[in-house]
Design a protein around this ligand. Structure first.
Ligand SMILES: [Zn+2]
Length: 94
């Protein structure tokens, strides 16, 4: 699964959140909180802190993330229907 990493638009050597130097430019998928719930992202190149888990996005990341988020917004949520099927009327009380 090691795709070639694109070159980051800028270099980060320390995590702005915790100050750790364990921050890495990675290509990963993760659960992303969108307006439509949690979705697994495509593989997005981004900075990830190995200590606090902070993710930072630069221009390159947004080139992947933004169209993906837009596509979620556009998609009519078919799976939004309630998980309970109303097909059986047999349950009605007497
Ligand atoms: Zn950190």
């Amino acid at each position: 699964m090691n795709k070639k990493l694109p070159t980051p638009a800028f270099k980060i050597t320390r995590c702005p959140t915790c100050g750790s130097a364990a921050i890495r430019w990675v290509m990963q998928r993760w659960d992303y909180q969108t307006e439509k719930g949690r979705r697994l992202t495509p593989e997005v190149p981004h900075w990830k802190c190995g200590d606090c888990g902070e993710r930072l996005f630069d221009r390159i990341s947004h080139q992947v993330l933004d169209p993906w988020r837009a596509s979620i917004r556009k998609k009519k949520s078919r799976s939004r229907a309630s998980p309970i099927k109303k097909s059986s009327k047999a349950r009605s009380k007497r």
